[in-house]
Design a protein around this ligand. Structure first.
Ligand SMILES: [Zn+2]
Length: 194
């Protein structure tokens, strides 16, 4: 992971070294540092190398980033919330290629919107499930998948004031992807309310 300590400093946020995670409320002893460590190590109970688990890997990265935007750059919020929207709202089958396409699309999008900032929900109000719940409360891969999905949905819902913005981005992305290539085209299923 990038040097999150430097990014927090740049964002003017003081990181606390002890107790619960100051951003998501995870039951840690060493605060955000432990929360980041748990996230970076992945969860041993789920095998992310299996293609069927890639979906859960994407959900994990999005949920953790959106619970801790203070340790990420401004445009990460757009990327992760849009990806959640595409996966959870439009139920698009995501893969790594689509992640790079979405990054490219956002690079174009932000060219004339450099000031746009998705203000995060208040700290500790970004979903109740945290890294330590996944680490400590699941005992098999299926439960872990379920918990990760709930984690993703809760975090996504907590950012609901920006769903309209990311819906516009998502639709622009789908439209552009469809006009460029017929391979690996995101297929927009009927929207699902979460
Ligand atoms: Zn945390």
């Amino acid at each position: 992971m990038q040097d999150y300590i430097d990014i927090a400093k740049k964002n003017g946020v003081a990181l606390l070294d002890n107790g619960k995670c100051q951003f998501c409320g995870a039951e840690t002893i060493k605060g955000i540092h432990e929360c980041v460590e748990i996230f970076s190590l992945g969860f041993q109970i789920i095998d992310y190398s299996k293609p069927t688990n890639h979906f859960y890997r994407f959900l994990t990265v999005d949920a953790h980033t959106l619970q801790h935007p203070e340790i990420h750059g401004q445009w990460n919020n757009h990327f992760h919330l849009t990806r959640q929207h595409l996966m959870l709202h439009y139920q698009i089958h995501w893969d790594y290629k689509l992640s790079s396409k979405l990054s490219d699309y956002l690079n174009t999008y932000k060219a004339d919107k450099s000031e746009e900032y998705l203000e995060p929900p208040r700290i500790l109000e970004r979903g109740n499930i945290t890294t330590t719940d996944i680490l400590n409360k699941v005992s098999n891969e299926t439960d872990c998948q379920e918990m990760i999905k709930k984690w993703g949905i809760e975090t996504y819902n907590s950012w609901n004031r920006h769903h309209e913005v990311v819906d516009r981005i998502a639709n622009g992305f789908i439209k552009r992807s469809n006009s460029i290539s017929h391979n690996n085209v995101p297929y927009k299923k009927q929207a699902k309310s979460l």
